[in-house]
Design a protein around this ligand. Structure first.
Ligand SMILES: [Zn+2]
Length: 191
């Protein structure tokens, strides 16, 4: 915790003054251009890998960067998506998977998740992606398949469906490779 406390102090003394004008603007403006949906994995830092500034990205991070398809009932992921698209008017939505994803590894390799029932329930959302990935244990293939499946799920959310129909939002599927820092755009060819 001391690291964080020192980090906060450094932010106040060094980082904040250097961007004082930006923070003054952000105090009264919230106009992110992109909804970034990534994995909760500590190694995948959206602002760092995209060079984004505070205020640029509206970020949702979930285990395995999973986006549940639209369904009735309260859902924090759905609420954040709707707010980003319908209220904030983001122009792009990125779903970003990554190498060595713990969630995808557990699914691809069939790990026993009986000791983590909430994780097991959540990862069941990726069952179709597992089924579509030909080889058992092929984590990179499942990571890619999973990203594409979340783009499909995104389109089931009414706010996203409306923005897609009106041509005001574009969906992108990325995979971030931790050892090389490379980002592969799975949707580049189709865009
Ligand atoms: Zn992950």
């Amino acid at each position: 915790m001391q690291d964080l406390t020192e980090g906060v102090a450094r932010f106040r003394s060094d980082v904040f003054p250097a961007k004082a004008e930006l923070f003054a603007h952000l105090a009264t403006h919230h106009t992110p251009h992109t909804l970034f949906i990534g994995c909760s994995d500590a190694r995948v830092v959206p602002e760092l890998i995209t060079g984004a500034e505070p205020g640029d990205l509206f970020v949702v991070r979930t285990a395995g960067n999973l986006v549940p398809a639209h369904a009735p009932g309260a859902d924090g992921v759905a609420a954040s998506i709707e707010y980003a698209v319908a209220a904030l008017g983001v122009k792009d939505i990125v779903v970003c998977g990554h190498s060595a994803c713990g969630a995808m590894t557990a699914l691809a390799e069939g790990h026993d998740l009986s000791g983590a029932p909430a994780v097991a329930d959540w990862l069941r959302l990726a069952s179709a992606s597992v089924a579509r990935t030909a080889a058992d244990g092929d984590v990179p293939a499942l990571v890619r398949q999973n990203v594409l499946a979340q783009l499909t799920n995104l389109a089931t959310h009414p706010s996203v469906a409306k923005a897609l129909a009106e041509g005001t939002v574009a969906l992108h599927g990325w995979v971030y490779d931790i050892p090389t820092g490379r980002v592969e755009d799975l949707t580049a060819a189709a865009a």
